[in-house]
Design a protein. Sequence first.
Length: 456
Amino acid sequence: MSPRLQRLPYHRDSAKLFAEVRHLPWAVFLDSGRPMSQQGRYDIIAADPCLTLTTRGGQTRIKERDSTQTSNANPLELLREQLNSSASSAIDGLPFCGGAIGYFGYDLVRRFESLPSLAEDAEGLPEMQIGLYDWALVVDHHAESSWLLGQGRDTRTEQRWDELVALFSNPKPAEAGGFQLTGPLSSNLTRAEYQQRFERIQRYIHNGDCYQVNFAQRFEALAEGDPWALYLRLRRTNPAPFGAYLQLPDSTLLSSSPERFLRLRRDRVESAPIKGTSPRFADPEADRRSRRLLQQSEKDRAENLMIVDLLRNDLGRVCRPGSIRVERLFEIESFARVHHLVSQIEGRLAAGRDALDLLQASLPGGSITGAPKLRAMQIIEELEPHRRGVYCGAIGYLGFDGAMDTNIAIRTMVWSDQRIRFWAGGGIVADSEVDAEYQETLYKVAPQIELLQELS
């Protein structure tokens, strides 16, 4: 299948392009953080998918415009069937040619691994929500170009195509209503409870159960208003190369993730885990010192290396033997509020494997679980009061051409049932100190907390 393609005028800020279609069902915006950040390159905007897949518990609902069916089969296999039915060639110079956009929640792993059911499922959101989009707008900020593309799965009329061309050619400034808290912001763990659980993790480590556990707390408040207003402020104050705004039937996701989970181009696999964080400072000398201390931290390097080894193992399940290599190790990447220690692992996907094999072998990302992975997840289930849901899952796309790019859903806010929720965690190892680990979680959520306080 060959996609239809039309070049449109380029705009530096894709938020105003997305604003033109955000009222449509399942409107999605994969946001590189431009123009506030220079780290990203592509933005992808789509809405009104031709088909959706929603997985809740053991059942997946597949909804087309004129029919709905349910299945108990592996949800990733169901998605594979839909993508294969509309397989397409890649578009030279563009990352996306149409396909699936949405999220794969942390708890989707329950379909593939044995985990206890101890934490409360307070959100009650689906483990997977994916739309199949037969049109999209792709903005390339390096080439300063915008392309409207369409696939033939559900052929759009000339009138509909012309409407999209007109909307994206002359967008209005991105506007939104207000957003404010209507209740106090609270964590699901007191400082004392955090310390008690920290000490239990340390006992598990000392007893040989695990080497590292990524332990998180969740923040929540009642709120009202337009989440788009919150996201516009969030992307201005905390831009990130793997941001996203997903307007779904029962929730809205606002992500300012700095972390790539999995990228697949042809057979080339890439993952870039973050493990190691230090705060930014307005004073240049203090900021350089913070960066230098992170770069030299033996503890952070050891944590990072554990996760690199874990990911090499995950990727090795579906990559060609001998193809996995570490391209970057312990590099510093600086963002608006924090410095991060980042590594990069690459491999070549084995013959007969595809993006969904890679996803199933790797979910959830090792940087947000710990090591060994399964035991760390069991401990997380025991000690975190609530299921993670979307948090620490993956948001991104899988194209009709077999390509994939996803983030780790950290620095991600979830708006549902008149509540705003967000999380922060960090890797706990044998020589971790409780005060430092607790403070790290507060560094990570500081942009969200400050923003909510300002808006309220």
